[in-house]
Design a protein around this ligand. Structure first.
Ligand code: CDP
Length: 230
């Protein structure tokens, strides 16, 4: 797919774990009636599928080959996976655990896997537009996106948000270990060679420590209107 020749607008929202980008991206997509790509879910699905097959998350080539054999479908909030080993299965809850989150950040360092997922991500870019959420949406996957946003918050605020999220889901949560885990994941995302987490030069920065979700959504929408109708 040659994205340079399409006029389909893309809003790329990148940022670290628990920065609120998933919530903001989904609300922006809803308001505009755009499609939504949760690219982190793809890395989570691969980590889950590899775990099911007993594949080591550090095995770059085997992981990439495993990813190529997956059929992934999103139906609203549902994540549906089909593999050569099992018929379609709803894995929406399984991929949201902290263990799989950790696995996703481990498999995401592999360049062959990232390459294997590019086409799948481009396929989300359909009329009337796309809001894409991840780490490399504006830098690698949709470098021509008319609006790029880098959404972030301090590590402490992000750890507090993740802690509350887990508590609300009645899952075990320990603030100190969540903080340590976020720091480890940030370091891995920023320091990897393949598509590291970095703010695109032409992105706008949104610091959300003191910004509500609705203010963040409105800021993205205003910037989008300005870019599209300037
Ligand atoms: O929920 P959280 O922000 O922790 O993670 P996520 O967005 O679901 O992504 C899971 C992991 O996938 C992240 O820790 C990243 O290492 C990786 N990822 C990536 O490398 N590139 C993307 N475009 C999206 C996620």
């Amino acid at each position: 797919m040659n994205l340079a020749n399409t006029n389909i607008p893309v809003i790329a929202i990148d940022g670290p774990s628990a920065s609120g980008k998933g919530t903001v991206a989904q609300l922006v997509a809803q308001k505009l009636g755009f499609h939504y790509l949760d690219s982190g879910a793809l890395y989570r699905i691969v980590a889950y599928a590899a775990q099911q097959k007993g594949i080591d998350w550090n095995d770059a080539n085997v992981i990439a080959e495993c990813a190529k054999r997956l059929t992934i479908a999103f139906a609203g909030e549902q994540v549906l996976l089909t593999t050569p080993d099992f018929a379609q299965k709803d894995i929406s809850n399984e991929i949201r655990t902290e263990t799989i989150g950790k696995g996703a950040s481990q498999v995401a360092v592999h360049a062959p896997l990232r390459a294997a997922l590019v086409e799948m991500q481009h396929a989300f870019c359909k009329p009337p537009g796309l809001v894409a959420d991840g780490r490399d949406m504006g830098t690698v996957i949709f470098p021509d996106a008319p609006l790029k946003v880098f959404l972030t918050a301090s590590t402490e605020v992000r750890a507090e948000r993740r802690y509350q999220q887990l508590r609300n889901k009645n899952q075990p949560a320990n603030y100190e270990s969540i903080l340590a885990d976020l720091q480890e994941r940030d370091a891995r995302d920023k320091n990897r060679a393949a598509a590291p987490l970095i703010m695109a030069k032409d992105a706008i920065l949104l610091e959300t420590d003191h910004l509500s979700i609705s203010d963040a959504v409105n800021t993205v929408l205003q910037n989008f209107q300005q870019k599209m109708y300037k």
